[in-house]
Design a protein around this ligand. Structure first.
Ligand SMILES: Cc1ncc(C[n+]2csc(CCOP(=O)(O)OP(=O)(O)O)c2C)c(N)n1
Ligand SMILES: [Mg+2]
Length: 784
């Protein structure tokens, strides 16, 4: 192979094999240390997955020490985290201290985490399937940037996912595959650790042909790494074909069981099954037990040469690749192939045996080159240091700060509207942004799962176009067929249209929202969907936030206020989702000016270091807009609440509303004023921010002694200590009922607690007790 090409020679392979052994060792030892050596204070099993790690070590060795280039990005199978950290340690990017504290507070994380691990985690993983899809959308993001010249052709990386075979059961992978197909995604490799074992047991037989067919149908090149060089050499010998056939036709469970039992068991079984085949029997006889076991179990995914050849072939073009690498779960460990090995841990005796087998000296377990001579150490160091990936310097990038339009610039878009919905206001602000010629507006990217037009993104898309790598003119427009919506696809379009898969929306937002740190280019992603369907992609939303991706999520329309659309579309629990999701501040404005101010705030949060993402829960209900007496509301909108009608000091009652139900609150308030002229009307734009601020202020008092009044405390202060609160929102009443605890005041909380149905607003608000009468009744109930 030493023909001057990039192919590794024998010597290189020997060194890589040694590295592979040492990565296996360090990963295994890291887990062993956490479970058996480190002091346990709670008696809980620490865990870690030695079998899942061993399964992938060869693939990861080949990838990281040979194939990866600095600009390539990898989503590592979550339970192979110790292998990843061991490799990073070899590259000098992970400390021993972190490995020694694996799975303890402040140590290396159980699953690779972008935000918590100190080494170069490209994409967090944990919830299986999501990291896989993430790479497709990262690739799409890269294409989006490349079309603008923001990623140069020679800097384009491959987005690689290392996944388990059972992970392929996750439906989100296929949703992403279809979207990737539509978007002509390239530079994406999905490498399956095909050990035919899941967490519970061995997996269904011969699925690989089906997987291959699915990916080929989607336009991917499929590479099956089934056999090792050792096996191919054995199969070429007289009788060898029979061994190949045996493996080809063996059920997964039998193959796994024999793999676990070892050479003797292989010999017994094969002697029976191949009894009529003299050549095969002779071949088997010629092998020692250990060699026979190796021939039967050292599959393609454990053969460095096979893997590297496949990677080299794949590197020749940018077509998306699906690798099925046959492996053995727990490869070389005492529980290899055992169906229960997923959470299996080696005993101290077993790890000692592995240590001896790999030539690591007792007491030097943390020295990754322990027991090796100086020459080999130097050669291994050289192999690591000269790996292309070693040249990576800026795994985490930070894009320069972009000058943003002020809230006043965005407010202009809705200043003249006397009556408008928050959804329409959002559309107008987006259209205003589309008209701008500044750097910021060029960095806004919108995306939506087939509800672009119905969530009022149409105006923006008309001006800025739909993104696609292959331009496609709007045929309707060219044929002069009247349509409000231009749908021309261009490379520089700023809207990424998705099919109806909300999971994909959130993973797209995760990828676009990490553009600054992955590609060093700031994007301002704005994603829209119908509010109830947030639940559809909830894990992906959580995944995006967990990685600190930055975006603006606009969920509209929402609640019972969708009236005729009926119960299937009327969201109820989303305010609570917004409250409980870290990394995401949720708001529910009632008015257009609030919406514009919050959008400006959301764009600012996207690029602030201590910022985050923002969720706006909007509505299609047109409301008469308030006439503002002063500017005090602006700060309140962002802080989560302000007095629409301030109470008099010592007032006994306040009405509290959030969102599109504002007119009912106002009507009730006016009715009440006759009896209680001192009452107040509190507009809550964010139960989430208000609540988080209240708990944070409490924590600060206990932990730092810092006496800060929470916004909610300050706002409720003018009320009498025994005042009562009636809260109302078009969603779960729990989002606001907690306000009673701020000062120990009694509350009646109105909202949605059962599924809605079709109807008009007066009927529905009356039936579900959200109308002015209900609010007045609730006040009377509390006051009498
Ligand atoms: C969404 C989700 N569901 C369940 C789990 C728990 N879980 C972790 S690994 C695993 C099985 C993985 O099997 P496979 O993908 O084949 O990986 P292997 O360990 O065999 O390499 C399961 C069910 C998870 N992490 N994420
Ligand atoms: Mg598996």
């Amino acid at each position: 192979m030493d023909d001057g090409s990039a192919s590794p020679g024998r010597q290189d392979i020997a060194l890589l094999r040694r590295l592979e052994e040492r990565v296996l060792w360090l990963a295994s030892w890291t887990i062993h240390n956490a479970n058996h050596l480190r002091e346990s204070r709670d008696g809980l099993k620490v865990g870690g997955h030695q079998a899942s790690c061993a399964s992938m070590t060869t693939l990861m060795t080949a990838l990281y020490f040979r194939t990866l280039r600095p600009q390539d990005r990898v989503a590592v199978k979550p339970h192979a985290s110790p292998v990843f950290h061991a490799i990073q340690h070899l590259f000098g990017r992970q400390t021993l201290d972190q490995l020694q504290r694996f799975r303890s507070l402040g140590g290396a994380q159980s699953y690779p985490s972008r935000t918590k691990d100190i080494d170069d985690v490209d994409f967090s993983t944990g919830s299986v399937g999501l990291g896989v899809a993430m790479t497709a959308f990262a690739s799409l993001t890269q294409d989006y940037l490349a079309a603008r010249g923001a990623v140069k052709p020679d800097a384009m990386g491959r987005m690689i996912s290392l996944l388990g075979d059972a992970e392929l059961d996750e439906g989100n992978i296929y949703e992403a595959l279809i979207e990737a197909c539509k978007h002509d995604v390239r530079n994406t490799w999905w490498i399956v650790d095909y050990n035919r074992q899941s967490l519970d047991a061995t997996t269904s037989d011969r699925m690989f042909t089906r997987y291959g067919e699915i990916f080929e149908a989607a336009g991917w090149r499929v590479e099956t790494l089934k056999w090792s060089k050792r096996q191919l050499a054995a199969f070429a010998r007289p009788g060898g074909e029979a061994l190949r056939n045996w493996i080809e036709t063996a059920p997964n469970d039998l193959y796994s069981a024999l793999t676990y039992q070892g050479g003797k068991a292989w010999r017994e079984r094969l002697s029976v099954d191949l009894a009529g085949d003299k050549k095969a029997l002779k071949l088997i006889e010629g092998y020692s037990d250990d060699d026979l076991a190796l021939v039967m179990t050292k599959l393609g995914g454990h053969c460095l040469e096979t893997i590297l050849e496949a990677f080299e072939r794949a590197a020749e073009d940018d077509a998306p690749r699906f690798f099925i690498a046959y492996t053995v779960k727990g490869w070389r460990l005492p529980f290899q192939g055992h169906k229960d090995n997923h959470s299996g841990l080696m005993t101290p005796t077993q790890i000692g045996e592995l240590r001896g087998r790999l030539g690591v000296i007792e007491g030097e377990e943390w020295d990754i080159f322990s027991g090796l001579g100086d020459n080999e150490r130097a050669a291994l160091r050289h192999t690591v240091d000269t790996a292309p990936f070693a040249a990576r310097k800026d795994g985490r990038k930070v894009a320069p700060t972009v000058a943003l339009p002020g809230a006043d610039d965005l407010l202009m878009a809705v200043a003249a509207d006397k009556e408008i919905s928050t959804q329409a206001a959002f559309g107008k602000v987006m259209f205003e942004i589309a008209k701008r010629t500044d750097d910021f507006s060029g960095r806004v990217v919108t995306t939506s799962p087939d509800v672009t037009v119905s969530t009022n993104l149409g105006g923006f898309v008309n001006r800025r176009g739909v993104f696609h790598r292959r331009a496609h003119e709007d045929v309707f427009k060219n044929r002069r067929i009247p349509s409000a919506q231009v749908w021309s696809m261009v490379e520089t379009g700023q809207h990424v249209e998705l099919g109806i898969a909300e999971n994909n929306l959130f993973i797209a937002l995760a990828a676009l929202g990490l553009s600054s740190s992955v590609f060093g280019e700031r994007l301002f992603p704005v994603g829209t969907l119908y509010d109830p369907f947030i639940a559809r992609g909830l894990d992906a939303l959580n995944y995006a936030c967990y990685q600190d991706a930055r975006f603006l999520l606009v969920a509209t329309p929402s609640g019972l206020t969708l009236a005729p659309e009926g119960g299937a579309h009327q969201s109820i629990g989303t305010p609570l989702i917004g409250m409980s999701q870290p990394g995401l501040d949720s708001y529910e404005p009632a008015f257009a000016d609030e919406t514009a101010v919050l959008m400006a705030h959301a764009f600012d949060r996207i690029q602030r270091e201590d910022g985050g993402s923002t969720y706006l829960r909007l509505s299609t209900r047109s409301l008469v807009q308030p006439v503002r007496a002063d500017e005090a509301w602006r700060r309140g909108v962002i802080e989560g609440a302000y007095w629409m009608k301030p109470p008099a000091a010592g007032a006994k009652l306040a009405l509290v509303y959030s969102g599109a139900i504002a007119p009912e609150a106002l009507a009730a308030f006016e009715a009440i004023l006759e009896d209680l002229p001192e009452a107040g009307l509190l507009a809550v734009t964010s139960p989430d921010v208000l609540h988080a601020d209240w708990t944070a202020a409490g924590r600060a008092r206990w932990t730092g002694g810092e006496a800060r009044m929470a916004t909610a405390e300050r706002l409720l202060e003018p009320l009498a200590a025994d005042a009562v609160l009636v809260t109302v929102l078009d969603g779960s009443p729990a989002a606001l009922s907690w306000l009673g605890s701020v000062r120990g005041q009694r509350v009646r909380a109105l909202g949605m607690e059962s599924f809605g149905q079709s109807g008009d607003l007066p009927d529905l608000y009356a039936k579900y007790r959200l109308d002015a009468d209900a609010i007045v009744d609730a006040c009377a109930d509390l006051l009498v």
